[in-house]
Each structure stands twice: as C-alpha cells, then as structure tokens.
Design a protein around this ligand. Structure first.
Ligand code: ZN
Ligand code: ZN
Length: 607
C-alpha cells in the first residue's frame, strides 16, 4: 500500500486478533508510526480473548489515554477469564462508568456464582440513575434465576414491562428461564404466550424450563408445536427434546428427532451427539450410540463419559477400555465419572485383572481421589469374581466409612457364589446401618433358599414380616409406538391378557421340549409358598416378553425394562426363549442391560 492511514493499521491489528495471531498483531502495533486508543484497545481485547491476561494488563497500564470502551474491555476480560476480584477492583477505580460497565460487572459476578452480589449492584446502578438496556435486564433476570430470587425477579419483570423491553427476545427468554428455575411454570408459560414468538431462543427457553421441571411429556409437545410454527430448532432445543425422550424411554420419538437433527446437520455437534448417545444406550441400542459418538466433531469430556458408561451398562467391557485409551490419546482428562464407568464396565464384564490394574492406575499411579462409588465398583468386581475375602479386606481398609451400597455389593457377591459365611457377617453390618434394608433381607433369604436351609429362610421372612418390611413389587414395561405397557407378576389386567397367557403357555411347552426345568428356588424371591412353578412362568418380564411377541414384527429386537434384578430362573428361561423365537431380547434390570441372543446372554450369567 502506498499510503497507510491509522484506520488501515487498526484494521490489520483487528484482523490478527480475530484470527488469533496476537504475535503478528503485536509486531504490527510496534511498527505503527502513531497509535490511537482504538489500536491499543483492539490489541488488549485480542490478548484477553485468548486468555493472555498478564500481557493485556501490561498494555492496558501503558495506554497513554484510556476511554470508557478501553476500561470496559478490560473489565469484561477480567470476568471472562475468571479474575473476579481484579474485575471488581478495576470497576471501582474507573473514573466514569456507563451502562455497559455496570452490565459487564453484573453478568460477570452472576456467571461466577455471585448472583446475590450482582443483584445488589443492580440496585446500586438503578439508584445512581443509569438507565438499563435490554442486555442489562437479560443479565439481571438471569441473576435472579440463579439466585432463585422470585420476589426480586418479579419486580424486575415489572420494570421490563414499564420500560418497554417486553418484546426483546433475550429478555423474554431469560424471564421464561427465571420462572422455570423458580418452579413457576405457569408464569413461565404466561410470559411465553403473551406474544406469538417465532424466535428459536424463546422457544428453547420454554423447552429447557419444562425439562428442568421434569415435565418431559410437555417438552415433546412444545417441541412439536415449535416445528408446526416452522421455527427451526437449534442445538439446545434438540438437547432438551432428546433428554426428555431418554427420560421417557421414548425411543421411537427419539429416532424421529434424530432424523431431524441429521437433516439440519446437527448430529456431529457435541451437545446433540451426547444426548443421542445417552438416548440410544438407555433404550438398549448401544451400537447406534457408539456410531453417533464416533461422528461427534469436537468430543468433550461428557461425550467420552456417556459412551464409556453406555458400554459399561451393556457389558462391553473391552469397548469401554478401548474408548478410554482413545480418550487419553486425544488429551481429555478423565474425571470421577470416567473412573466409575470404567470400573463398572470391568465388573459387568467380569474382568478381574483389568479392574485391579485400573484401580492401581488411578489411585496409586495417578493419585485420583477415591470416592465411595469407586470402592463400591471394586467390591463388585471382586465379589463377582468370587474374591469375597479380598473384597472384605478392601472394605475393612477403606479410607472413608463404607456405606450401605458397598456392603450390599459384597452381599450380592456372596449370593452369586453362595458364600453363606461372608454373607451372614455382611448382613449383620448392613442391619447395623439400616435395620429395615429390604434388599439385604431378600438377598439373605435367597442365599438360605439356595443352600436348602429352609428354617433360616422362614426365620428371615418372619423377621421381615415382624418389622413390616414390604418387598418392592417387580414390574416390567415395554414401550410400543410411544405407549408404555406395564406388567406386574401374575398380572391379568392387560387388555390382551388372554393372548399373552396363551403365548406364554405355548412357550412353556417349547421350553420343556428343550429340556428346561423351572428352578423352584427363585420362586421365593417374589411369591408366597403355593403355585411356585406357575408363578415363576408369569414373572413380570415374561409377561412383557409375551406381549411383545404377539405385538411386534417377527425378527425385530424386543426391549424390556424391569425395576428389580432379573431372577435366575427367568434369566435361564429368557436365554432359551431368545433361541426358540429367534429374536434378540434386550432386558434392562435394576443393575444393567442383558442382551439375550441364540440362547446366551451378554452378561455371561453373572449379574
Ligand atoms: Zn423371574
Ligand atoms: Zn444376563
């Protein structure tokens, strides 16, 4: 360029800063014949944006003349780099403040968990006669939401209305979120319906609000309405809708929303992708979940964790470990959830040595802080592998006080390996912590039953009766075309009941032909003395499977959810059923997923 004026130089510096090449920016800045306040501020801003706060500070101090915009940039930069105290100090030193300075400080404080102080400053600002902007209101309302200050928020809502900011999209969205945060969904809705909105931010605020209040059916309805209004959902709207599908186990609706996300090119987004991974693994289809995970462009900690946990629940131990090495290679640091996911993957896949190695790796080599849930997983791993004494040792040498679930893990290990000696000691520990722990009574009575010690069974059951402990009733459910069908053991209330029982009788015959003998010991688990065999065949999960067999297309996978652990007899029966009907059956019980196929189960018969 033959002639370069100040504007040109400043533009070049701005370009370097936007591009993130601050060193080049600095070189240009040094080479400039003369600088004005814009040159300085542009460079300061650039350094703040990439987190080089010290350099920005130095430049800011050296600035010969500072205008209000320069001060505001520095304050904003302090807050966005987490330097709250410095931001406050500078704000107080400022010779003259405007509404942008106030708004920066209010939103900065709020974002760093100091919402009360933010609201206090807003009052001060109003007293000093500075007129708030739409942005100020949106920040203050958000602060009220975070402080759960319903009363003050209500007053602000009044101001918003009076000063004519009611139609601002961001103010409206923050008001919707504010009322939702304070559990006032009616008010939230009122704000929404005051105007016919076609802005995605406002719709998403409403979606997130319902999701926050666990009204998942309504979330999906609002999502549908939004589409009818031709409002294109964004990442956050998809995330809310997909999370609600997960909560409702509505895999069909989830698939439709997934298809829509594909059309809009949002599946590779980390937030949308993560929700899809959760949805698919929760609905029993971990493979689809993993293939979505692979396509996520910028995988974050949550992406890795959801996939590892998904593998763990489905008993793909090796899959979880492979993911973990990928995670380390890509430079993402594991957290607590990763460790729990990995250890539970080892326990669900019966990988004793791998579990022991991970335990050493995290708690000795990496000195990760060990939590109760990590101990529980390790006890589980040892218990499942029959190392009951070692598990006991681990508990006795714990750095924190063991809780109920750790002892229950051990007791469950005793049940799997029929070790009455350790079981009785463990049960005693449990009853000291919680004399009414029904799970422990049931595990213990099953153990006695397995050993044929019927007088002990009677004693345990007598104790339960005396203490008024009620067993949780077993129920299983299946979702077809968005409708949830729930079954209890021996249930005859379903409209198709007759056909379901016919199907189960037919299955019973087939099972007998293939050499299956019902295991009476499990009947005690759920039923009183009589009709053991008959009742066994009608445990809730079998009714659900019977229903699925008469209502779904041949060859498709059947997915059943259950609230309790599946009993040993149903487990052996379902293995055979999967072979007889040539269908894959996925059963999620209270602890994990079982994938039954061709007569075997993915859990390897330990669960
Ligand atoms: Zn059963
Ligand atoms: Zn299984």
């Amino acid at each position: 360029m033959p002639v370069r004026d100040m504007v040109m130089w400043n533009l070049m510096i701005k370009g370097c800063s936007d591009y993130g090449d601050l060193d080049m920016g600095l070189k240009l800045f040094d080479a400039m014949p003369g600088r004005n306040v814009i040159s300085w501020t542009t460079l300061v801003n650039g350094f703040l944006r990439v987190g080089r706060v010290e350099l920005a500070e130095k430049l800011f101090r050296e600035m010969p003349v500072k205008d209000i915009a320069a001060w505001n940039s520095m304050i904003h930069g302090y807050f966005s780099n987490g330097r709250v105290e410095d931001g406050m100090r500078l704000f107080e030193e400022m010779p003259c403040v405007n509404v942008i300075s106030w708004t920066s400080v209010i939103s900065g404080l709020d974002q760093h968990g100091r919402s009360d102080k933010a609201l206090f400053l807003f009052r001060e600002m109003m007293d000093s006669g500075v007129r708030p902007t739409a942005n100020t209101f949106s920040c203050v309302v958000t602060a009220c939401a975070n402080a759960f200050d319903l009363c003050f928020g209500g007053q602000i809502h009044g101001h918003v209305f009076k000063l004519g900011f009611g139609s601002d999209v961001y103010v409206t969205a923050s008001l919707i979120t504010f009322y939702a945060n304070c559990k006032q969904m009616d008010d939230s809705c009122r704000v929404f319906y005051e105007k016919l909105h076609i802005n995605v931010v406002v719709w998403t605020a409403l979606l997130t609000g319902y999701s926050l209040n666990c009204q998942h059916q309504i979330v999906l309805k609002v999502f549908g309405d939004m589409l009818k209004m031709k409002v294109l959902p964004n990442q956050s709207s998809f995330t809310s809708a997909l999370n609600s599908c997960s909560e409702l186990e509505a895999s069909d609706q989830g698939k439709e929303i997934h298809a829509m996300a594909i059309v809009l090119g949002l599946v590779t987004d980390a937030f949308v992708g993560n929700s899809l991974v959760v949805l698919y693994s929760k609905c029993g289809n971990v493979c689809t979940g993993l293939s979505i995970f692979k396509d996520i462009r910028k995988k974050n900690l949550v992406s890795w964790n959801t996939s590892i946990v998904g593998c763990a629940q489905h008993g793909c131990g090796m899959g979880a470990l492979t993911l973990f090495s990928g995670m380390l290679r890509s430079g993402v640091d594991p957290d607590n959830i990763t460790v729990t996911g990995l250890l539970s993957a080892c326990s669900h896949s019966g990988m004793l040595e791998k579990g022991r190695n991970l335990y050493k790796y995290f708690f000795q080599y990496r000195s990760t802080e060990i939590k109760l849930e990590h101990y529980a997983c390790m006890v589980d791993i040892l218990g499942r592998s029959g190392k009951l004494e070692e598990a006991e040792d681990l508990i006795n040498n714990m750095k924190i006080k063991p809780n109920l679930s750790i002892w229950l893990s051990l007791l469950n290990g005793c049940r799997m390996h029929s070790n009455l000696e350790v079981a009785e000691k463990t049960a005693e520990k449990i009853f000291n912590l919680d004399p009414l722990c029904s799970a422990a009574y049931i595990l213990l009575s099953n153990l006695y039953a397995f050993a044929g010690r019927w007088s002990d069974v009677a004693r345990v059951r007598g104790n339960m009766k005396r203490l008024g402990i009620v067993k949780q009733t077993g129920s299983s459910w299946i979702t077809l075309k968005g409708l949830k069908h729930t079954f209890l053991s021996g249930d005859r209330s379903h409209p198709l009941c007759k056909k379901i029982y016919q199907k189960l009788e037919w299955l019973g015959e087939k099972l007998k032909e293939s050499g299956y003998v019902p295991d009476q010991r499990f009947a005690l688990h759920d039923v009183e003395e009589e009709q053991k065999e008959a009742m066994l065949s009608y445990h809730s999960e079998r009714l659900a499977i019977g229903f699925a067999l008469i209502s779904t297309v041949e060859g498709t996978t059947i997915t059943v959810m259950k609230n309790l652990r599946v009993c040993g007899d149903c487990h052996s029966a379902i293995k055979l059923i999967s072979k007889i009907v040539e269908r894959e059956i996925v059963l999620r019980d209270s602890t994990r997923f079982h994938h039954f196929k061709d007569g075997v189960c993915s859990c390897g018969d330990y669960w």
